[in-house]
Design a protein around this ligand. Structure first.
Ligand code: BGC
Length: 656
């Protein structure tokens, strides 16, 4: 039970823990991944490619995250898999991280914490055990199997740990996956370097003591590095095989290197959720499913389409959108038909039964077959563009496990064709498929830009929903879109690291926190996204200390949703970003309708992690509150003075 079985028994799942028939303990059948059930072409059964984690993050809609988790969980049940290896939650430190697309957090731990909880509940409400990954600080793919991520404990606790904490404490997630990397946590008095799967701080102090985690930690595939150290640090299960946890663990227990009580605890951590999820009562729920089952359904296709259209961020619109069905247009770009960008690569990938391309979706919705040009048909596309009302250009890039992107740029031929088309047609609408931030150098030249992230198999239908105004866009960027590659100026020491060490000397200042600190205007900021209607934010007030409210009115002509965001600025305690996200509400409003949005800050919201206390501490001083429709469009600001604990003597000493 404490290790996987890679031998003859595995019926085709990416991970398999053999049953113990004498004890009526069923098998664990684990499968990727965070974008739906990953299957290989060896099996006949169909599976749905859902929107990726970051795409769901862009909805800023907790209900969407729940529906996403639930629909994926249902497919795992059909496939006979009782552990879903997802959702992925790592906070995007490096815009080029090849796996950012899998992660629901975008660049913010508060956004991630709010979204992961319903996602986990959705999966687990189907009886499938969710697996939150990759624990922890697995923030780059370059040298992912060995890199040592070096950071102070405060950065670790405030920026990278909270989403895992929320998944455990508020989401009740039953399993986690420890990651490939090493981790050096720096404290005032000492530094500690350990593999993530041998990490006492994260797996014992944080998970067990601080967050009271009752479930189990499994290693990423091949991320176990030893027997005694791993077992003593809190690794419950080695995956995918038993190199360290089979005979070696048995020997270690027999000779006293690993106490029997530790092995017992490992088993209890695995068995507790299995009992809790009813797996002992009714194993047939999963044994009835198989990889050959068709897991797909009309209902799931509809979930994909709805979440995706609600996750597309309209970052530019000069009024061309929404299109009228009478508008004559052409579709251009490889991503529009021959290589649609619907899902990521690696273990987060899903091979769906079908993909609706951009060309297909738009043709269907407009009721006429649009003319299509590949990127290489540039001359013909430019000629045709002269005779139509609009051009819809699909462009994109993919990334995946094992590599970071080398650039945030889109391909050269696409960029030059977009710019040629913009010269002959004033209504060029660019639709991007993207695994995270990308560069949009053509933003001034084109009429509209719709950022779709990786929207899943209904790509073309969801794009048509937004382009024709059947769905009013309401998504917001979960990551900053920069003006250029490496705008934040990461040095080689920071990323990808020197001599195997990636040093987080930037502390908390990544993403919008860096742009705020350095007063740099990004191309499009975190939290930004347009709508086809307009909103008015007014009557913001503080009703009681740490309680805020604002009225939001839809002042336009169509129904729509606004995400009102609350950012908090801390008193100076040596480290603070100008402001950090601490609240958001998405309100759906009919034209003319007004709703009051309320926020209540918690003690934890106004706390920092104090390394000398090894605990959260509320600092004393002046806090600032900013409420707005993006991290840079602030409608209202206020201040309050909070009496907390001043910096302890130990940490003052460190500052000197
Ligand atoms: C990935 C995990 C995945 C596992 C099993 C690893 O390489 O990092 O995310 O769940 O493989 O496929």
């Amino acid at each position: 039970m404490v290790h996987g079985d890679t031998n003859h028994q595995n019926p085709g799942y990416v991970g398999y823990v053999a049953p113990i028939r004498e004890l009526n303990i069923p098998a664990l059948t684990l499968n990727d991944g965070p974008q739906g059930f990953r299957t290989s072409s060896n099996y006949a059964g169909t599976t749905t490619c859902f929107p990726s984690g970051m795409t769901v993050g862009a909805t800023w809609n907790r209900t969407a995250a729940y529906l996403w988790g639930k629909a994926m969980g249902e497919e795992f049940v059909s496939k006979g898999s009782n552990v879903q290896l997802g959702p992925g939650v790592n906070v995007a430190r490096i815009p080029k991280n090849g796996r950012n697309f899998e992660y629901i957090s975008g660049e913010d731990p508060y956004l991630g914490s709010q979204m992961v909880v319903p996602a986990v509940k959705g999966i687990q409400d189907t009886g499938v055990i969710a697996n939150v990954k990759h624990f922890i600080n697995n923030n780059q793919e370059t040298q992912r199997q060995g890199v040592n991520e070096v950071m102070d404990i405060r950065t670790h606790m405030e920026l990278y740990a909270p989403v895992f904490e929320a998944a455990v404490v508020d989401g009740g997630v039953a399993s986690l996956m420890c990651s490939y990397n090493r981790l050096t946590l720096q404290r005032a008095e000492y530094n500690q370097t350990q593999w993530a799967c041998e990490n006492v701080q994260s797996m014992t102090n944080e998970l067990r003591h601080m967050w009271k985690f009752q479930g189990w930690v499994m290693s990423d595939w091949g991320a176990t590095h030893g027997t005694q150290l791993d077992a003593m640090a809190g690794l419950d299960q080695e995956m995918p095989g038993g190199r360290f946890y089979s005979d070696a663990l048995q020997k270690a227990v027999q000779n006293g290197d690993v106490p029997m009580a530790t092995l017992d605890a490992m088993a209890v951590h695995i068995l507790t959720p299995m009992f809790q999820f009813g797996m002992m009562d009714d194993p047939s729920k999963f044994t009835n499913g198989s990889l050959d089952t068709n897991a797909t359904s009309d209902a799931h296709n509809a979930v994909v389409r709805e979440i995706a259209s609600n996750a597309m961020v309209l970052v530019k619109n000069n009024g061309v959108l929404p299109l009228d069905t009478k508008t004559k247009f052409i579709v251009v770009g490889d991503a529009g038909q021959i290589s649609p960008k619907f899902g990521g690569k690696g273990s987060g990938s899903v091979v769906p039964a079908y993909v609706v391309t951009g060309l297909e979706g738009l043709s269907k919705r407009s009721g006429s077959d649009a003319q299509y040009f590949k990127t290489s048909d540039s001359d013909a596309a430019v000629n045709a563009a002269k005779n139509v009302d609009a051009v819809v250009y699909f462009v994109g890039v993919l990334s995946g496990e094992g590599n970071d992107r080398t650039t945030l740029s889109l391909s050269g031929p696409d960029l030059s064709l977009i710019s040629e088309l913009a010269k002959v047609n004033k209504n060029v609408i660019v639709v991007t498929g993207n695994p995270g931030a990308i560069l949009l150098p053509f933003s001034d030249d084109v009429a509209a830009i719709l950022v779709t992230f990786l929207p899943g198999q209904e790509l073309g239908n969801s794009v048509a929903d937004v382009i024709y105004g059947d769905v009013n866009p309401s998504a917001k960027l979960p990551v900053t879109f920069p003006n250029k590659d490496n705008e934040q100026g990461f040095t080689d020491e920071q990323w990808p690291g020197v001599d195997g060490k990636a040093t987080y000397s930037e502390g908390m200042f990544v993403g919008y926190r860096w742009y705020d600190k350095n007063n740099v205007t990004p191309k499009y900021e975190f939290g930004f996204g347009l709508s086809y209607t307009t909103f008015d934010v007014k009557s913001c007030a503080s009703n009681r200390t740490m309680e805020y409210s604002c009225e939001v009115t839809n002042t336009g002509k169509v129904a729509g949703a606004e995400v009102l965001q609350l950012y908090l600025g801390f008193p100076d305690d040596g480290f603070e970003p100008l402001k950090v996200l601490k609240g958001f509400e998405k309100v759906f409003l009919q034209p003319g309708e007004t709703q009051t949005v309320k926020y209540e800050l918690t003690k934890r919201d106004v706390s920092i992690f104090d390394d000398s206390m090894e605990d959260w501490r509320q600092p004393s001083g002046e806090f600032s509150v900013h409420i707005g429709t993006s991290s840079r469009k602030i409608n209202w600001s206020n201040k309050f003075t909070h009496v907390g604990l001043t910096k302890s003597l130990t940490s003052q000493k460190t500052q000197e």
